[in-house]
Design a protein around this ligand. Structure first.
Ligand code: HEC
Ligand code: HEC
Length: 391
């Protein structure tokens, strides 16, 4: 009751003064949800002004939705809230787990009505790419649009509005009837109104805030003039792996590599290691249920934090979670098959043949050692991206 009163009071003050600063002034005292949330609303974590290295230039932030601490905080609460599923049992974080770089440690993830058709994607440095479409097949045209699609998915969170499922308005009513959400939307957006757009904006702000730039790669890159030059902090093996990753291969007319690097960066673009927007599929064309093929996967999450610094995999790799070790990945790119694939990227089809990289053991080991340098530490444990709910 007291909360409601203060909310009303703050709205009244806002209408009278028309002053944008009211959120910061009057809301701090009313946002006491310490029985529910561990967040200190008077001293929010820094989401809006994090340190981004100057060599990071790719950014898919949608015009009009820059990160604010209040917006990302609301996004964090939504991300961890099981009320976003029809059965109150599944949160975004159920399938996007901080300890595995916001991916999942199982091949396919459990939703409210069964398992997902593809492997869950890591959400690290999602902001830092030229590609602004999301999902393995890029069917969401912005991150904002993506964020409410799992909620409206029958299998994942169950607010599809079809076949007896609740619909999105039911979710909005559910959030409106809580004590905290109207106040949190007011805190983030200046009024208590809950809309799909506001939910999308808050979730997208939180996801774009999840950044990882404390890797060995970043330490080396900060001291170098560019990505190509050898890094002082790298072992000779890691520098060899980097060179192989960055340089394009030279092929003979049979598609067999005779010289050069192995061309990974053509699609996993340094230094963000985000996917080239023009990439077609990479030859992994199976479907997670083993039935049929999945040719339309043309996106990969950033290769940063695909494994941890010690080499431990953050869940399985590729859209079907084919494996969780980079040896298999190297074997895949070493010998690309054309069979049954009409959407293979031309870079992997030199002179009309599936590429044969002819990798030596030393080259494989070097590239794997290099990919491990792309792993950060902070994202796995930083409290600002963790579950804010009181257990
Ligand atoms: C039941 C498991 C599950 C739940 C719950 C879930 N996701 Fe996902 N998420 C996935 C899977 C699986 C994919 C890949 C699906 C595909 O591409 O077809 C994915 C993909 C994504 C992507 C695309 C990442 C990229 O790089 O393209 C984002 C962003 C995302 N999810 C955010 C969310 C948000 C926000 C929520 C909560 C509103 C959520 N997810 C709930 C399993 C889940
Ligand atoms: C022609 C573009 C292209 C090239 C070249 C390429 N990749 Fe990929 N890569 C992709 C695509 C697209 C995916 C997502 C494929 C899927 O899930 O089915 C991917 C997925 C991956 C993944 C799994 C990511 C995840 O989140 O599960 C790894 C690891 C990877 N690539 C490493 C490499 C390495 C190492 C090389 C160099 C030998 C390389 N890639 C070359 C396009 C490319």
């Amino acid at each position: 009751m007291r909360i409601l009163f203060l909310v009303l009071l703050s709205i009244a003050l806002f209408s009278c003064s028309g002053n944008d600063d009211f959120v910061a002034v009057s809301d701090n005292e009313l946002l006491d949800f310490s029985n529910l949330l561990t967040i200190n609303f008077e001293n929010l974590p820094n989401y809006s002004n994090q340190n981004i290295p100057n060599y990071i230039t790719k950014d898919n932030t949608t015009t009009g939705n820059i990160i604010t601490n209040e917006g990302a905080t609301l996004g964090r609460v939504l991300f961890y809230d099981k009320q976003l599923s029809s059965t109150n049992t599944i949160a975004c974080a159920s399938c996007h787990k901080q300890e595995v770089a916001f991916g999942d440690d199982v091949q396919v993830s459990l939703g409210v009505n069964g398992v997902t058709g593809r492997h869950s994607m890591r959400l690290v440095n999602s902001r830092f790419s030229n590609e602004n479409r999301f999902f393995w097949d890029e069917r969401a045209s912005t991150l904002e649009e993506q964020t409410t699609m799992p909620i409206q998915d029958h299998i994942e969170m169950g607010f599809s509005g079809e076949d007896g499922d609740l619909n999105f308005d039911d979710l909005i009513s559910r959030l409106e009837s809580t004590a905290h959400y109207p106040a949190l939307f007011n805190f983030a957006f200046g009024s208590e109104i809950i809309t799909e757009t506001r939910i999308q904006n808050a979730l997208a702000q939180f996801i774009r805030s999840i950044q990882s730039f404390d890797s060995k790669y970043d330490q080396g890159r900060a001291m170098a003039n560019n990505d190509v030059q050898p890094f002082d902090n790298f072992t000779p093996e890691e520098n060899l792996g980097k060179q192989l990753f960055l340089q394009p291969p030279v092929f003979n007319n049979q598609g067999i590599r005779t010289n050069g690097g192995i061309g990974c960066a053509g699609c996993h673009q340094a230094p963000e290691f985000s996917i080239d927007p023009n990439s077609l599929n990479n030859g992994v064309i199976g479907s997670a249920d083993g039935l049929g093929s999945d040719l339309i996967v043309t996106r990969s999450p950033s290769l940063r934090d695909v494994v941890k610094a010690d080499g431990t995999a953050n869940g399985q790799f590729m859209h079907i979670g084919v494996s969780s070790n980079l040896i298999t990945v190297m074997n895949h790119y070493n010998a690309i098959s054309l069979a049954g694939n009409n959407n293979l990227d031309p870079r992997l089809r030199p002179n009309g043949f599936g590429q044969q990289l002819n990798l030596t053991q030393d080259e494989r080991d070097a590239v794997i050692a290099f990919i491990q340098t792309l792993a950060g530490n902070d994202i796995y444990t930083n409290e600002k991206w963790s579950n804010p709910f009181v257990e």
